[in-house]
Ligand binder design. Sequence first.
Ligand code: ZN
Length: 358
Amino acid sequence: MTAHSGTFAANRRTFLAAAAAAAIAPTSAALLGANTAAAASGGLPNYAPIPAEAFGPALNANGYFVGRIDNNLYWVTDSFYQAMFLTTRTGVVLVDAPPTIGHNLLRAIEAVTRDNGRPSKITHLVYSHSHADHIGASSLLGPDVVRIGHRETRRLLLRDNDPNRPAPSVTFDEKYVLEVGGEQLQLAYHGPNHSPDNIFIYAPEQQTLMVVDVVFPGWVPFKGLAVSQDIPGWVRAQNVAMGYAWQTLVGGHLGRLGTRADGELQQHYVADLDASARTTLANLDPTPFFQKYGPTGNAWAIFKAYLDAASQQTADPVVAKYTGRLAAADVFTFDSAYVLLESLRIDAGVLGPFGDHP
Ligand SMILES: [Zn+2]
């Protein structure tokens, strides 16, 4: 481990302790705000306090929380990432292996199976998608676990050739029902969204849906609508998720589980962002940007200045509306406005001032 990553690990533990304290005592969220103000003396921006309801349960001394969702289905979090597992009569089925949770996945599974008397051996590992931040601890499980994922996940992992992420040996195209030791998960592919291979993992008995990097309970989506590779597909994936009969959602990120109200709130947030982006494309006057950069022939500066201004105009009313309702609305809405504007331009053909037919 380098000195740099050691420092990061120490800082992350400090942050986790602060987040856990805020989760226990909502009033300490104000203290987090004060800490942010202190950091601003180093030139970093201030952000609105995180609403108490955005935090999940407190972490234990090892830096994780494990909880039962319903009967044999459990979830694990380190407050940044989440995994889910089923304890069955014949072994454990794990969904995702985020490297930030790492060995704590094994500790969590040991603790749960010690209590419920089921075998602790992980026999199956389901990949939600190929991204290293969600499955980069796969190699900890050794060569014998049966890895299951979408056919595209296998293709991407063979391409990436990362020893931490062995490609799945069992793949599917549309649907796959995984039955292990009296328990069931229903895997389904509904097209590209956050990534080309992102799947939906439904536990029917527990009315629980795991879909990663699509719905962010209590928080706005990660930067750029979750750095999604297919924005219309990602927007639609929210609706696909809501079409399942779940009561509990495992979103793969942050510190708590999701409710249907969380899913609906995010749909409203994205719909508001979309409406604001369309209004901006229709009425933001590009004249000043052409006047400033046109004479120098700097076409990219015109685009950058216009898109920066458009992102700001798109984000402003949405940030105002959702601050206090969705955590970090003031952190990532600007970047998400940008990718939504770009998607409207290049996917939907809503080209704004750059779409006139001469
Ligand atoms: Zn991802």
